[in-house]
Design a protein around this ligand. Structure first.
Ligand code: A2P
Length: 281
């Protein structure tokens, strides 16, 4: 683990760079920020249909001059498109907006749940069937899920013929979702960490400030490094070229076991409030 091109290996052998560049809540500056990230050495870019930035992210990919095969591009199926046929169409639409002929990773953004339909389990199974078909067609190198907590993982595994290769969940100091992370890892998935800085909410936490100071790094760098030392894949977001560079400069220090334990012991904080059982979408 020493650079932005270091990879984890997914269950199917595909290599995934260990830090991704997150683009949630970034529309206006999505193109410039993604370009800055690629210039800074990020090779893994994470977008989603619902972010409404697949076009500018695609523009940055094409403007970067980096070979397509050297980039790892993820997008996600939005909830309104769950189901078999709708998923197939949504995948094509995302490729069109990104101006790509294949994706590296396609994720189911959120599981259907009981508040949206009593048939939530069947809907998730149908969505996943379409993901398996897309995967088998060769237009995506890996498929996975996002925000699937234990009950949704358990249900999906009853019908999945291909085990998801990734589960992308909220994961940062103050919000670790240990059962979901453990089950995902036990199933052979790479766990990606969205909002590794708690969407910025953890940056002024006094414990984190004190530990970061001791290592001579920023709290953001500490959070990114902490995710890596938990064998998760952090996807920090920023619109600032300096902070984009800083967030990937995490290979020159190692958090001690004692400090990892102190960070792990933080009370719940920085939770986004988004939960697969309770979302109104
Ligand atoms: P900005 O885009 O102005 O840099 P997360 O990745 O957990 O979702 O957090 C993203 C938030 O954290 C954004 O508000 C971002 O603001 C801020 N942020 C990202 N990197 C840093 C950093 N190195 N220092 C301070 N704030 C940061």
């Amino acid at each position: 683990m020493n650079s932005l091109t270091t990879t984890y290996t997914l269950a199917n052998g595909v290599e995934i760079p260990i830090i991704g560049f997150g683009t949630w809540q970034n529309i206006e500056q999505a193109e410039s920020a993604t370009l800055a990230a690629i210039k800074a050495g990020y090779r893994h870019i994470d977008t989603a249909a619902i972010y409404e930035n697949e076009e500018p992210v695609g523009n940055a990919i094409h403007a970067s001059g980096v070979d397509r095969k050297d980039l790892f591009i993820t997008t996600k199926l939005w909830n309104a498109e769950r189901g078999y046929e709708t998923t197939l169409a949504a995948f094509d639409e995302s490729l069109r907006k990104l101006r790509l002929d294949y994706l590296d990773l396609y994720l189911v953004h959120w599981p259907a749940h009981a508040l949206v339909s009593e048939n939530w389990a069947a809907i998730n199974a149908q969505t996943w069937l379409a993901f398996e078909e897309i995967y088998n067609s060769g237009r995506v190198r890996a498929i996975g899920i996002s925000n699937f907590s234990v009950p949704y993982l358990t249900e999906l595994m009853k019908t999945a013929r291909i085990t998801p290769m990734v589960n992308q969940v909220e994961f940062h100091p103050g919000y670790m979702q240990p059962e979901t992370v453990q089950m995902s890892k036990d199933l052979g998935m790479v766990v990606e960490a969205w909002s590794p800085l708690g969407s910025g909410a953890m940056l002024h936490d006094p414990t984190l400030v004190e530990i970061a100071d001791a290592y001579g790094v920023s709290v953001a760098q500490l959070c990114v490094r902490w995710c890596l030392q938990h064998q998760t894949l952090p996807m920090p977001k920023s619109v600032s070229p300096e902070r984009i560079v800083q967030n990937a400069d995490v290979f020159g220090f190692e958090i001690s076991a004692e400090d990892m334990a102190k960070i792990d012991a933080l009370p719940e904080s920085g939770f986004s409030g988004l939960h697969p059982d309770r979302n109104p979408f």
